[in-house]
Each structure stands twice: as C-alpha cells, then as structure tokens.
Design a protein around this ligand. Structure first.
Ligand code: ADP
Ligand code: GN1
Ligand code: MG
Length: 352
C-alpha cells in the first residue's frame, strides 16, 4: 500500500500505512507521512462499484457543492495523484483514492450519549439540506436499485433457490421471517411511485460510523463515505441511522436478548434530524419516518441473509457465520420496532 501512496501528492514521504476503521465495503488504511500528516488511503471495492471513474466524479461534484455551502465543520477532501487525477489505478488494476484525514475527530460504532447520536442526526439532516439544490440528474447511480427493497427480496429469492452453499436448511427461521415480511417491502416505493414522497439527493448509508464528531466538543464535523450519494428517499437516510445507532446492541451481537430499540436514542435522532431538515420535508415524509427505520432494518437483514446464502461475497466478514449473526440482529430489531410502533409515531409527531 505504501507503494500506491507514493503516487499521490503527499506533503512528505509516506512512512506508515496500516488497516483502519470498520467499514464493510472498501479496504481502508491510515497513512502517515514524514511530517506526521495523516491521510485515509482506500482501495475501492471494484466488484461492488463497477464504474470507478463515474463514482469519483460523483464524489468530486458533491464535495465541491458542499464546499460552496458549508458554514461549520469540514467537507471530505480528496488528495489528487501526482498526475492530477482523483484516483489511481495500480499495476494490478486495483483502484485507490486518498482523503485528507479529518483530525481531532472520533468515529463511533456506538454513540456514547444521546447527544452524540443527535449530533450525527443533525449532520446527516444538514447534509441532505445542503444537497437539496444539487442537480440530481447529473449523479451516476453507483449501485443501481440500492434501496429498492422489493428488488432486494428478489435477489434473496434467487439466492435461496440457488442455495449454492447448502445453507438454506440451517436458516429456516430467518427465511420464514423474511417471507412473512415481504408484503411490507414495497410500502415506501409505492408512496414514491404515487408521488407522495419525492426522490432527493441522499447519502444512502447513514451509519453512525459514516460521520465524524469533534473529539473535544462532540459536535459533528464531517459526513464521510460518499460512495452511495444518489437520488433516494429522505426517510431511508433517517431509517438507516436508526437501524444502526438506535439499536441497544451491535450489528453482529450474538445474544439477541440484548437487541432492542432504544427509544431515547430514537427520540434524540428524530429531534436532530428534523431540526436540520424537517422544514424541507413534506407531511408524508415526516409521518413515514418510522417506516424508513423499519424498511432499512428489514432490507439490511435480507441483504445479510442473501449474502450468507450466496457464500459471503458482498459484505466483509470476520468469521463464517458473521452475516447470519448480522441478519438475526436486524430481524430482532424489526420485531422490536413493531412492538414500539405507536411510541415511534408519537415521538415523530412531537418533533414535526
Ligand atoms: P466503507 O465504505 O468501507 O465503510 P468508509 O469510507 O466509511 O469506508 O471508511 C471506513 C472508515 O475509515 C470510517 O468508518 C472511518 O473510521 C475512517 N475514515 C474514512 N474517511 C476518513 C477521513 N477522511 N478522516 C478520518 N477517518 C476516516
Ligand atoms: C455497508 O460501507 P459501510 O460499512 O459504511 C453497506 C450499507 C449497509 C451497511 C451495513 C455500499 O456500509 O448499505 O447498510 O454496510 N454499504 C454498501 O452495516 O453496500
Ligand atoms: Mg463506511
């Protein structure tokens, strides 16, 4: 990796490069140069992102737009190669990019307080607000049908039918749960098709570890992981954050009795998100925020199950049953959301 680093315009000679972070998709490295300047070097997952040139064009255009708008905090900043490109293709055909490291920040897999989580909500809400006038038609769809939940179910059916790893027999309960919830999958797309909720430019991967908070003040400083900025639904950006950050346990917790919906965190996020972009959302979007949460959790569970059935080719795993454990937490969380549905709706109403 250090070899690839030499191809970028660094301040000084690269002297340290180690794996970093806990993203499931790209290969991320912390790079340090001789002047102790830090960078994030990433090998882009080319089996997932098929058109790197267009992906990087999106990121350049989006960050330029954000730079014109931003008043507080930072915008993710690409460091060009010595040839002036925003990514590198190395000798073995791998794609690399370099970002300035956002210093004095923390990246959390679990919020340490409801205030941390509210800050992340504010950042993602503001992100969406700042992109409201971005020309959506100029964005390349980096992963087509990314949050098309019915299509995610179709992929699940195909994986189940093929069952290439003979794993289906061992996950009957999870398959049943997915099938029992399939009717729900088109809820948001039906509203979109009926023009009740609009397509907007959204982040589409609003996990807590895709936003950086200031180490001291704990204010949000920078939204990162811009690979999936595409036209999408505001309710899904809200929902994906809840899925990950308002769960009482980690995404891969084995003890499902620990997996519940934290209503205090749900409330903090709702408050932060709506205070940042609530005025721009229509009534249908606001009233369907709980559906965003349930949809993203169900969809993610189905995606983990599909990947488990297909032999773990999409999400990075650290042990053989990892995707199955992840699927189980998501399905447990869907059940918890169903139980708390009235409370979730009351909270949304309170802040709308
Ligand atoms: P993935 O798509 O694999 O999730 P990310 O772009 O989210 O990749 O990067 C993985 C992790 O690297 C992040 O969760 C964060 O910890 C860290 N990271 C990424 N970009 C930066 C940055 N510019 N400054 C500091 N940390 C970063
Ligand atoms: C992936 O890249 P990362 O780790 O921030 C995935 C999301 C999933 C998430 C589940 C491009 O996010 O869609 O919700 O894992 N990103 C992509 O943790 O598929
Ligand atoms: Mg990420």
């Amino acid at each position: 990796m250090i070899n690839q680093a030499y191809e970028f315009k660094l301040e000084g000679k690269p002297i340290y490069c180690e794996r970093y972070g806990s993203g499931h998709i790209n290969e991320t490295y912390l790079l340090i140069d001789e002047y102790a300047r830090e960078y994030i070097l990433q090998k882009i997952n080319k089996s997932i992102f098929k058109n790197t040139e267009m992906l990087m064009k999106n990121i350049s255009a989006v960050t330029e737009h954000l730079n014109r708008k931003v008043t507080e905090g930072k915008v993710l900043t690409l460091v060009p190669t010595k040839k002036g490109e925003n990514f590198l293709i190395d000798e073995s055909g791998e794609y690399w990019r370099l970002y300035e490291f956002v210093c004095d920040s923390v990246c959390l897999n679990k919020a340490e307080s409801a205030d941390d989580f509210k800050e992340s909500a504010f950042a993602f809400g503001l992100f969406q607000k700042m992109l409201a006038d971005f020309p959506a038609e100029t964005l390349f769809e980096t992963i087509p049908d990314f949050h098309n939940t019915p299509k995610r179910f179709q992929a699940f059916h195909e994986a189940l039918k093929a069952d290439i790893c003979d794993r289906a027999a061992g996950v009957k309960a999870e398959i049943e749960f997915a099938l029992a919830n399939e009717n729900y999958a088109s809820t948001l797309m039906d509203l979109q098709n009926a023009n009740k909720i609009p397509l907007r430019v959204t982040h589409n991967d609003t996990k807590l570890n895709n936003v950086l908070l200031d180490r001291k003040t704990r204010k949000a400083v920078c939204v990162i992981d811009l690979d999936t900025v595409m036209p999408g639904l505001s309710v899904n950006d809200f929902g994906d954050s809840i899925r990950f950050g308002a769960s009482t346990a980690s995404e891969d917790e084995k003890d499902l009795s620990k997996v519940n919906l934290d209503l205090e965190y749900f409330e903090a996020y709702t408050n932060g998100f709506l205070s940042a972009c609530g005025k721009d959302l229509n009534k249908e979007e606001i009233s369907h925020l709980p559906d965003g949460a349930k949809m993203m959790t169900l969809e993610c569970g189905v995606r983990f199950l599909t990947d488990y059935l297909s032999g773990d080719t999409y999400f990075r795993i650290h042990y053989p049953e990892h995707n199955l454990d992840r699927c189980r937490t998501q399905f447990k969380l869907v059940q918890e959301m169903d139980k708390n549905w009235d409370k979730m709706q009351a909270i949304v109403k309170k802040y709308s």
